[in-house]
Design a protein. Structure first.
Lengths: 182, 162
């Protein structure tokens, strides 16, 4: 499964709920596959998607809030897992698309293949799921609704040569669309 | 800044609808932070950039937020301020403790302390210095800035040694 396919599957499940997507190809894939007003495309500030998602989740307890993170991104802000695990937002679903690489900068390796990200998430109070196939992903998504967050969904993906277009909304428009949707 | 005024600033901003106080502790701001703690209205994060991210999410949810930090953390956060807060024009108030304001402060603070005003100017973040006399006027200035969807910074100088 490549990121674009996983983004399409999860995006369909998310519906109108907010998604905060990490910078680089992550946001580009989401923009191409599932653009909607409640998507916050984080085009800079690498590492902070889960922090922004946490802020939205705490203020919108009735909405399920999704973070579309990458392995390179979460490794830059591991402290975020500690803060999220301490505050335990029930409505936060933290998806990490893990290709063991910084794909947006040319595919250099991250260290995510050397460690277990899901184990880190588990010891800081997340409910964890690891999926590798589309079938497993779809079955986990069906069950997630009944579970209490914070949920950590690690989606193992393969790298790909496919490139999505850049996010064409300007940042202030992204801000205003999200603010109106919340 | 004295204890009494630091505690008053928290209540003043809260009365003016600043709902969230997020950041990393700093001794220059310790009474302000203590008042946040006492009122159970605080999130202490692992790094300043994380605090800016959380406060951004809250502000997008139409809940006004302040991020407190030492200027060492401000220096850490410059790329986050330019590529998130300023780029998207997220109306946040940064409250920054200015270590290295006194030229005989601890050595680790001197370099950033010296360039603190230039750093703010170079990244184009509007700022004002709070004093015992002017804090209310400067807080009003910051509240007006965020109402116009502009981020801004309030600075408290470190005027003592411990």
């Amino acid at each position: 499964m490549i990121r674009k396919e996983a983004v399409e599957i999860i995006g369909n499940y998310v519906g109108k709920n907010p998604i905060v997507s990490a910078n680089g190809f992550m946001s580009r894939d989401l923009f191409e596959m599932n653009d909607k007003k409640s998507n916050f495309y984080m085009i800079g500030s690498m590492g902070l998607a889960s922090s922004i998602g946490l802020g939205i989740a705490l203020k919108n307890p009735k909405k399920q809030v999704f973070v579309f993170d990458g392995d390179g991104n979460i490794l830059m802000n591991l402290g975020s897992l500690v803060t999220i695990g301490s505050l335990k937002p029930k409505n936060l679903i933290h998806v990490v698309f893990d290709n063991n690489s910084h794909e947006s900068t040319g595919g250099q390796p991250t260290n995510s293949s050397q460690i277990n990200l899901e184990k880190i998430a588990k010891v800081v109070n997340y409910n964890i799921f690891v999926v590798q196939s589309k079938t497993k992903l779809m079955s986990v998504l069906k069950n997630i609704k009944k579970l209490q967050g914070p949920i950590f969904l690690l989606v193992k993906i393969s790298t790909s040569k496919e490139r999505s277009k850049r996010v064409s909304w300007d940042p202030k428009t992204i801000r205003d669309r999200v603010m109106k949707s919340l | 800044m004295n204890e009494d005024n630091q505690r008053k600033i928290f209540h003043y901003l809260k009365k003016k609808k600043i709902e969230n106080f997020v950041g990393v502790p700093d001794s220059t701001l310790k009474y302000f932070i203590d008042e946040c703690l006492k009122n159970n209205n605080i999130i202490i994060t692992t790094r300043e950039e994380e605090a800016i991210g959380i406060a951004t999410g809250m502000t997008l949810s139409k809940s006004n937020s302040l991020v407190f930090m030492q200027n060492a953390g401000f220096a850490n956060s410059i790329s986050t301020i330019t590529s998130l807060v300023e780029l998207y024009e997220i109306p946040l108030i940064l409250l920054i403790g200015w270590r290295g304001y006194l030229s005989d402060d601890a050595p680790e603070h001197l370099k950033i302390g010296k360039i603190q005003p230039d750093l703010l100017k170079i990244i184009g973040l509007k700022s004002q210095i709070l004093t015992e006399q002017n804090w209310k006027v400067k807080c009003d200035w910051a509240l007006k800035e965020i109402k116009q969807k502009k981020p801004c910074a309030l600075i408290i100088r470190r005027m003592f040694h411990d």
